[in-house]
Design a protein around this ligand. Structure first.
Ligand SMILES: Nc1ncnc2c1ncn2[C@@H]1O[C@H](COP(=O)(O)OP(=O)(O)O)[C@@H](O)[C@H]1O
Ligand SMILES: C[C@@](O)(CCOP(=O)(O)O)CC(=O)O
Ligand SMILES: [Mg+2]
Length: 349
């Protein structure tokens, strides 16, 4: 089947409450942002698979024939691809000449691309020549879900090229919608992309990037929140680089080391998310100044919790202090700061 050119886009997100705790089965509330990642996939006749990632200065290509030899022996069940193929990932690492220790931006992006590309096309046994270009309005590694938006775009475009979902827009159509089933397929494959980039993602980021809107997420269950008030959120980027993978792994270690101390904190974050959800629902009918003060207190409480679980950073403390002096209550969003390499993050109020 000939491959068609396609252009797709997916939004970033802000987590209101529940980051990190959601990895351990607690509730998170997330909202999609008006900042998107875009992807263009075009077929080519050069016999090469090419990837252009201008945001991270990565431009690479490989011969289709050399990639073809890496195709997994067995085809992934497109609809039930829940786990990563543990043999394919090391094969890809050695193919691009990196070790497990290489977790830099470019390596992770290239691995996610090649993994999804090979897995989606395994069944056809024939990898087509194609050029994929991805660019984004989202800052990379700032807590706004750029990895999920990247994974969602890759999943949508590759599934489309493979003919597993319908093309996003017909010739005579001005708007198009994928079916619920197609959206679920995109989300399933985006989750695998997130697994490569994050190690152990909860799935909240790819869910909100796939479906958009505001949602509650707990242990894989996605509940869209339709009745929420209009909220103005100020996002601040501290621009201190860090990796979600490192931070998520750090929290896991801390829970393992101090279970009786950390588990109650995660429970409390869960309660913060639920209280926030109840407050937002009440506000959709009628918002009062008391509602806003509850939202502010929840922000403060959660920021303290996130510090306790070890994902705060001095730059975030400064930000919270400076904004509070102007009456604004802030917390970090996304993975936070202080990774193993003493790396920090971003905050919002
Ligand atoms: N526009 C992009 N181009 C290429 N890779 C991207 C892009 N956006 C995100 N990524 C990938 O996602 C990773 C960042 O993900 P992560 O550490 O989870 O931060 P966040 O999701 O908060 O932005 C990058 O290291 C890169 O591998
Ligand atoms: C820390 C976490 O809750 C959110 C990570 O978001 P981001 O990659 O920092 O945008 C991890 C997850 O839910 O998978
Ligand atoms: Mg991410």
């Amino acid at each position: 089947m000939p491959i068609m050119e396609c252009i797709v886009s997916a939004p970033g997100k802000a987590i209101l409450h529940g980051e990190h705790a959601v990895v351990h089965g607690k509730v998170a509330l997330a909202v999609s942002l008006d900042l998107r990642t875009y992807l263009r996939l075009v077929p080519n006749s050069t016999g090469k698979v090419c990837i252009n990632l201008p945001n991270i200065h990565t431009f690479l290509s490989w011969d289709v024939t050399s990639l073809q030899s890496l195709l997994p022996g067995h085809a992934a069940d497109l609809k039930n691809a829940k786990e990563l193929d543990i043999d394919l990932l090391p094969r890809l690492r050695s193919f691009i000449g990196v070790t497990d220790c290489n977790t830099d931006t470019s390596t992770m992006a290239v691995l996610a691309f090649l993994y999804l590309c090979l897995s989606v096309f395994t069944e056809t046994r024939e990898l087509p020549g194609l050029t994929v270009s991805v660019w984004s309005e989202l800052p990379t590694g700032a807590g706004l879900g750029s990895s999920a938006a990247y994974s969602v775009c890759l999943a949508a475009a590759l599934l489309c090229a493979r003919g597993a979902i319908t093309p996003p827009l017909g010739d005579l159509e001005h708007t198009a919608r994928w079916s619920e089933e197609e959206m679920e397929l995109i989300n399933t494959w985006a989750f695998l992309g997130e697994k490569i980039i994050h190690g152990n993602p909860s799935g909240v980021d790819n869910a909100v990037s796939t479906w958009g809107g505001v949602l509650r997420y707990r242990a894989g269950k996605i509940t869209p929140l339709s009745r929420v008030p209009m909220l103005r959120i100020l996002l601040t980027n501290t621009k201190v680089p860090r990796s979600t993978k490192v931070l998520v792994a750090g929290v896991k270690d801390k829970i393992y080391k101090f279970p009786s101390i950390m588990n109650p904190v995660l429970e409390s974050i869960d309660a913060v998310s639920s209280t926030c959800q109840e407050t937002l629902t009440e506000m959709a009918s009628e918002s009062t100044p008391e509602h806003y003060s509850v939202l502010e207190e929840l922000m403060d409480i959660n920021q303290h919790h996130l510090n306790v679980i070890g994902v705060g950073h001095p730059s975030l403390d400064t930000l919270c202090r400076v904004t509070l002096a102007r009456g604004l209550h802030s917390k970090l969003t996304g993975a936070g700061g202080r990774g193993l390499r003493h790396h920090p993050a971003q905050a919002r109020h």
